[in-house]
Each structure stands twice: as structure tokens, then as C-alpha cells.
Write a protein that binds this ligand. Structure first.
Ligand SMILES: *Cc1c(COP(=O)(O)O)cnc(C)c1O
Length: 387
């Protein structure tokens, strides 16, 4: 049995072989295995040096200072730390939080939890392209707003929020601005020296690093206090305790360094892959592109009219794709993100996210487009497809 073509890069990416190599060198007796918090011997210092080198690599990719990077287990934990951390630290100042209806569950479930603890959350509605406007954010601000949490690139649609414009509108307000950048790290150029974001969640495994490691950027100048969510040895300046996972961190750092080296060329390559794929599938009958036409080129979300979603997925079993996001794909519920941009329930149920990246070839996407065309023709039982 041949493996399906992997078109689920938004769910996770394979680890770059250069990253895997660096990670492997941090595990065994001969390698850099010691506890980075061991201050009493050379091996500990070496591990600490590797961790700090990675911190520099991550910080560099987003234009941050090394002292602004707090390691976490991924973007889910970073989202939790940012949102619950601010809520707890500033509950005396206010109990209002602004987010949107199409955030990742790591943000939505955290906000729902805080609602159960007496916080008030406003869920902004995106436009039909999946974008939240800065004006809308500003209009929702109240005197007791302490946090605005919005994603940079949407994981189901690839739509991009103008976080610089939103940050500008928040300048004169006490509210902190948290951005979930799990889908944009290493893909869109990000310079936090120019964007007034206070907190940013990062994840390694969406950009060719390992699963289980991420970071929260905490801007020093913002003097944003974060109540720790994991208590222990006081690692990461007390914000996140736990022995640092040298191999994961080193992998994350290397992934960021590689992303930085290839960001521009990779973006151009994905743009051309996306265009080729769209040229092949959009002319087919009843195919609609969801989200922003000029969103992140590695994510193409398509709705297919007049086909059963489940049958369509079965017909596309040679493609590793998602309906909705990986985290929601266990359920047969229509995607709340697609519903959130006004997609009908029926259309949302027959939508597929194709996401591609570093190792995807034009040839693979051409084959995928052919499979889509064949599946539609078969399921609709006719030969009325345009070619
Ligand atoms: C993948 C993802 C997350 C979760 O990140 P993990 O590192 O897997 O916890 C959060 N937000 C967005 C937008 C994502 O795409």
C-alpha cells in the first residue's frame, strides 16, 4: 500500500533532517544530555549554552530579545499561560477579554474556562474572508478590558490578521495584546521591534521542528505580569517551571534558524504551488475557495457543493488532508471556523483543508488535483465536470 500524499502541514510538519540531527546530539551519554539547570559542572553549563543559543535563534526570527522568550510545551500551553496568566495577574484591574469566534481551541477553551470563573469575554466575528478588523477590535474595548487575544494566521483558512494595525489601535489602552502565531512563525516575516504585540505564542512543530516544544514571547517593555500556571523550581524566571528539554529546545532553535534562511524563497515557492493547485481545481464545478484569496499560501481551504463530505473524504483517501482542524477532526460537527465566516452547514461539511509546505512538489499537487476532479465526477455521478 502506498502512503497518501501529505497535505496536512497545518496540522503538523515533518521535522527537517538538519533539526533531527541536532536533536539527536542532545540525548545520549556522549551527547549534550545534562540538565541545563545544573550549575555545578561543565556538562550542565554546556546544556545551558545550547538552550541559550536556541533562545537566541527563536528570538532572532521574530525580532525579540532573548530575555523575552519563555519556553513552553507548545502553543497550547503558551496560549494558556498568556491568557490565564494575564487574567489572574490583572483581575483587580478588569475582567473583560476580547477574542474572536474563529480562534484555535487552545484560546477558545481557555476563554470559556475564564468565563466560568467570572470573566467576561467578547467574541468578535470575522468578515467573510476570516479577518478581524482593527476598527472592530477598537469598538469592543471597554475600561475593564485587560486582554485582546487574536491569531495571526488562521489554521483552517490561512487568512491573515493585520496584527500591526490592531496593535496600533491598542496603544492608548491598558489592554495587553496577545497573538497566537503558531501558523505564521517562520512563514511570514515578523519583526516584533515594529509591532506592538505584548505576548505571542509560538510552536515548533508547525515549522519543521519537533512536537512538544514552543514558547511564549513576553515583551519586557510592556511590563506585563504573567501569573505562572505551572509551579516548580522557578525556571524561566518563575513563569514556567520544569526541567528544560534540551533536545526539543535545540530542535526548535535550529528550525527557526533554517526558517529564517529560507523564508523568502519558501514563501515564493508556496505561492506558485498554491496558484498551480487553484488553477487546476477552481474551474471544476461547485468549488469555492474559503478565506482570503491572498492569505498564507500554504493553506487552501475548499468547499465542494453537492457532494457528501464523508464520501468525499473517503474518495480522497490517498490524500492526507483535513476537514476542519486536526484538533476538531475527530468530530463530525461542521467546522466552527467555516460556520464563523458564514459558510452553510452543508458546505462546511463538504470542505477540505489542503495544506502544504517544504517537501511538497508541484507534481504531488497536480496528482492531488486530478484525484479531486475524479472524486467529484464519480460522486456526482456525471461527466459534467469542466476540465
Ligand atoms: C497548532 C496550533 C496551536 C497548538 O499548538 P501546539 O504546539 O500543538 O500546542 C495553537 N494555535 C494555532 C493557531 C495552531 O495552529
Amino acid at each position: 500500500m502506498s502512503l497518501p500524499i501529505y497535505l496536512d502541514y497545518a496540522a503538523t510538519t515533518p521535522v527537517d533532517p538538519k533539526v533531527a540531527e541536532k536533536m539527536a546530539a542532545c540525548l545520549t551519554l556522549e551527547g549534550n544530555f545534562a540538565n541545563p539547570a545544573s550549575r555545578s559542572h561543565l556538562l550542565g553549563w554546556q546544556a545551558e549554552a545550547a538552550v541559550e543559543n536556541s533562545r537566541r535563534q527563536v528570538a532572532q526570527l521574530i525580532g525579540a530579545d532573548v530575555r523575552e522568550i519563555v519556553w513552553t510545551s507548545g502553543a497550547t500551553e503558551a496560549d494558556n499561560l498568556a491568557i490565564k496568566g494575564v487574567a489572574e495577574a490583572y483581575a483587580d484591574r478588569g475582567r473583560h477579554i476580547i477574542t474572536s469566534t474563529i480562534e484555535h481551541k487552545a484560546v477558545l477553551d481557555t476563554c470559556a474556562y475564564l468565563e466560568s470563573r467570572g470573566f467576561d469575554v467578547t467574541y468578535l466575528k470575522p468578515n467573510a474572508e476570516g479577518v478581524i478588523s482593527a476598527a472592530e477590535v477598537k469598538a469592543a474595548l471597554r475600561d475593564d478590558t485587560i486582554l485582546v487575544s487574536l491569531m495571526h494566521v488562521n489554521n483552517e483558512l490561512g487568512s491573515i490578521n493585520d496584527i500591526a494595525a490592531i496593535a496600533d489601535r491598542l496603544r492608548d489602552h491598558q489592554a495587553f495584546f496577545h497573538v497566537d502565531a503558531a501558523q505564521s512563525l517562520g512563514k511570514l516575516s515578523l519583526n516584533l521591534a515594529d509591532i506592538a504585540v505584548d505576548l505571542m505564542s509560538l510552536s515548533a512543530h508547525k515549522c519543521y521542528g519537533p512536537k512538544g516544544i514552543g514558547a511564549l514571547f513576553v515583551r519586557r517593555r510592556s511590563r506585563c505580569e504573567i501569573a505562572p500556571q505551572i509551579h516548580g523550581g522557578g525556571h524561566e524566571r518563575g513563569m514556567r517551571s520544569g526541567t528544560l528539554a534540551t533536545h526539543q529546545i535545540v530542535g526548535f532553535g535550529e528550525a527557526c534558524a533554517l526558517a529564517m534562511d529560507h523564508l523568502v524563497e519558501e514563501q515564493a515557492r508556496l505561492q506558485s504551488l498554491k496558484q498551480g493547485f487553484l488553477d487546476a481545481v477552481l474551474p471544476l464545478t461547485g468549488v469555492q475557495l474559503n478565506g482570503q484569496a491572498d492569505g498564507w499560501p500554504g493553506i487552501v481551504n475548499l468547499s465542494f457543493a453537492d457532494v457528501d463530505g464523508e464520501l468525499l473524504l473517503m474518495a480522497l483517501k490517498d490524500l492526507a488532508v483535513s476537514t476542519g482542524s486536526a484538533c476538531a477532526s475527530a468530530s463530525l460537527e461542521p467546522s466552527y471556523v467555516l460556520r464563523g465566516i458564514g459558510c452553510s452547514e452543508a458546505l462546511a461539511l463538504s470542505s477540505v483543508r489542503f495544506s502544504f509546505g517544504r517537501y511538497t512538489s508541484a507534481e504531488e499537487l497536480a496528482r492531488a488535483a486530478t484525484m479531486v476532479a475524479d472524486a467529484l465526477a464519480r460522486l456526482r455521478g456525471g461527466a459534467q465536470q469542466a476540465v
